[in-house]
Design a protein around this ligand. Sequence first.
Ligand SMILES: [Zn+2]
Length: 288
Amino acid sequence: MALVNAKDMLTKAKAGHYAVGQFNINNLEWTKSILLTAQEMNSPVILGVSEGAGKYMCGFKTVADMVKAMIDELKITVPVALHLDHGSYDGAKACIEAGFSSIMFDGSHYPIDENIAKTKELIDICEEKGLSLEAEVGSIGGEEDGVIGAGECADPDECKMIADLGVTMLAAGIGNIHGKYPENWAGLSFETLAAIQEKTGTMPLVLHGGTGIPADMIKKAIDLGVSKINVNTECQLAFQEATRKYIEADKDLEGKGFDPRKLLAPGCEAIKETVREKIELFGSKDKA
Ligand SMILES: [Zn+2]
């Protein structure tokens, strides 16, 4: 199946009260593990690529071509969207050019008027090319690829303004942050989420920073209109832990344990397990 945009899968998710996971990719192993698991679970999936990860993988064109070829060679039939995560204005244009099927334009650091103007321009381009577009209102805290957000709750009226421009999905800060949550984290603001949902109606809402949010909060957020949840750090931690165990158990010193295909295998299995758990939790299993 060719890449699809995220509109259809998220409209269905919102109507069906479940969420589709966005799992960020960093390399071939990550991509393969996530695609195979989505296929195994019969779930739609969104592959997220930050600008930093795009650079690391030799550019957006390399990423788009790798993902398309992998979908073909692995015979992936579930819907897959390739999505730029926290894109700059220039990054968004580069990904559109490279063949991504979905774009996030993170204009949250611009004054609202400038965010609106730039978002509008990108909506027109995406519409013409059949891509989906995610916009962000209210910066999401923590650090993602060098972009540091203060962590705040979005203004529901600003959310409505951006939603009305015709974006496909909307990321709004509701007390969520990227990376690991600190001990003293106050939790998600369901009051803010409910107010945003009321103003934006059927617009699929996006929850960033999905790592470490307790399952009951995730479920409640989905009930309140979240239909896309971003997972990044959790796969990284799962990969790291499994790789550490392999090395600490001296497995790399046994036989051909140094072979990268063996060395990276436990980490890949750990990513698969994480993705499986998230697909179950988000409710997108068998929704392909
Ligand atoms: Zn994010």
